[in-house]
Design a protein around this ligand. Structure first.
Ligand code: KIV
Ligand code: ZN
Length: 499
């Protein structure tokens, strides 16, 4: 049966330690509320003794947040623990996270102490904290490099002293997944009172193994994971929340579930990246800009046939609207066809091949092809054989003061003429053209852009027409704005489905 995996978020503590990521209290509250909406179970709000600002943030977050347990970090020092408890006094549910280094490095070279003295200090700290708040979590710092026998001994002692959650940090990100999993299993099998506590993973990413190590911990019995959004944290970062949560959701064989509302992952990730001024690498798993973008022709073709050919996660599950098919020189016809269809155009194979050849030439000279590039490319193609051709345009008047226009169009084999008044010459020309076509169209967007400056300025007009709820784009360039507009309108009309 699937068991609950507690999500302990330390974005505001381990994550916020990153240089340049510091937030003020107001910003921390925004992040805390976003994490609450995401569904984290425990929110590590800060290290209150470290500064008055951090103390105040823990106080304010405790007041602002309802659902998660609010946790405050401390060293195994009475003063730290007292200050942490004070900062947590408004929390609906509170936890002190206290601990000490347990590896040979820390005991000998950091504390210049002995294992027995460290154990005694740990037990004293837990007992002290236990009297001040509802829940105590103990961290065995640098457990990844500690002697497993000593680790088991200290874990047993702090559980006896009242700790109900035991954090096993791979502080330096040293372990391999199998090694880290073995530590968790060893504790499960060798600590007599382990059933009275939850084991927690806390992995750093120095070797890029934080997510793998956390999952290995879970597979070996850990039931809490300590994570940060976007994987931010000391040095190479912490385990990223979104990776662990989505790995668990994607693999039903991992016997745990989380309370995370995965549809909020993308939004939360962006809020945090923006506030912390910490860009997300484009290829970051789950939340990177390219996480659901397909650029090679073979993959694009596969995704367009069936998303699951190349995607293991439905982008909607993490709050991303849809996968993207990026147009580059590596794209194939399927991707081009897909984008043209989105713009309202469908072509037979021969025409598509022709457009594709031009597309490749353009794509070789440009890194990314956007919607605008595609429309200009199309404009050229469709202009070659216009169904409607502008033969003559006469107009008078000025914008806003009214106008009158007469137009002559060649529509197929026929020549047709009409005239109309309008609130200006452009309006009058468009009304005249509309009289000659059978389709109902709405002019939805009208953009004018000057291409060259000087006495012979060229102006470029882009128009978007709506017909049967689909957009059709047209372009026209001329030295005269009314003529450019007439051309753009006719260009768009030539893209309407032929009746
Ligand atoms: O990495 C670590 O060991 C820590 C502890 C303070 C929990 O962040
Ligand atoms: Zn850490």
């Amino acid at each position: 049966m699937s068991e609950k995996l507690w999500i302990f978020d330390t974005t505001l503590r381990d994550g916020e330690q990153v240089p340049g990521c510091q937030l003020d209290t107001r910003e921390k509250i925004v992040v805390a509320k976003a994490l609450e909406a995401l569904g984290v179970d425990i929110l590590e709000a800060g290290f209150p003794v470290s500064s008055p600002g951090d103390f105040n943030s823990v106080v304010e977050i405790s007041k602002a947040v309802e659902d998660p347990i609010i946790c405050a970090l401390s060293r195994a020092v009475e003063k730290d623990i007292e200050v942490a408890a004070e900062a947590l006094k408004y929390a609906k549910k509170s936890r002190i996270h206290t601990g000490i280094g347990v590896s040979g490095y820390h005991i000998e070279h950091k504390f210049r102490s002995t294992p027995d003295a460290v154990l005694e200090k740990a037990v004293k700290a837990v007992k002290f904290a236990r009297n001040l708040v509802g829940e105590v979590e103990f961290y065995a710092e640098d457990a990844g490099r500690a002697d497993p026998e000593f680790l088991a001994k200290i874990v047993e002692a702090v559980i006896k002293a009242g700790a109900t959650v035991i954090n096993i940090p791979d502080t330096t990100g040293y372990c391999l997944p199998e090694q880290y999993g073995n530590i968790i299993r060893f504790l499960k099998e060798n600590v007599s009172n382990i059933d009275k506590a939850i084991l927690s993973t806390h992995c750093h990413n120095d070797l890029g193994l934080a997510t793998a190590n956390s999952l290995s911990g879970v597979l070996n019995g850990a039931r809490q994971v300590e994570v940060t959004m976007n994987g931010i944290g000391e040095r190479a970062g912490n385990t990223s929340l979104e990776e662990v949560v989505m790995a668990i959701k994607s693999h039903k064989e991992v016997p745990v579930y989380t309370g995370i509302n995965t549809k909020k992952i993308y939004e939360t990730s962006r809020i945090i990246s923006k506030l912390m001024n910490m860009p997300i690498q484009p290829n970051k798993a789950i939340v990177g800009r390219n996480a659901f973008a397909h650029s090679s022709g073979i993959h694009q073709d596969g995704v367009l046939k069936n998303r699951e050919n190349y995607e293991i996660i439905d982008p909607k599950d993490v709050g991303v609207e849809e996968s993207s098919i990026v147009l580059t020189a590596r794209s194939g016809r399927a991707a081009l066809k897909h984008h043209l269809k989105l713009l309202g155009f469908e072509f037979d194979k021969e025409k598509l091949d022709e457009i594709y050849a031009d597309f490749l030439t353009l794509a070789d000279s440009k890194r990314d092809i956007g919607r605008k590039d595609l429309l200009s490319l199309l404009g050229e193609h469709l202009e070659n054989a216009p169904f409607i051709e502008m033969k003559e345009v006469f107009y008078e008047g000025s914008e806003g003061a009214g106008g009158h226009a007469k137009v002559v169009l060649a529509i197929g084999e026929e020549e047709k003429r009409s005239e109309s008044d309008g609130n200006g010459p452009v309006d009058a020309v468009i009304k005249s053209i509309k009289k000659l076509i059978p389709q109902q169209v709405i002019l939805d967007e009208f953009l004018i852009q000057a291409i060259t400056k000087g006495s012979d300025d060229v102006c470029k007009v882009h128009m978007r027409l709506m017909h049967n709820e689909r957009p059709y784009h047209g372009f026209g360039s001329e030295t005269d704005i009314v003529l450019a507009s007439a051309k753009a309108f006719i260009d768009a009309l030539n893209k309407l489905p032929v009746k």
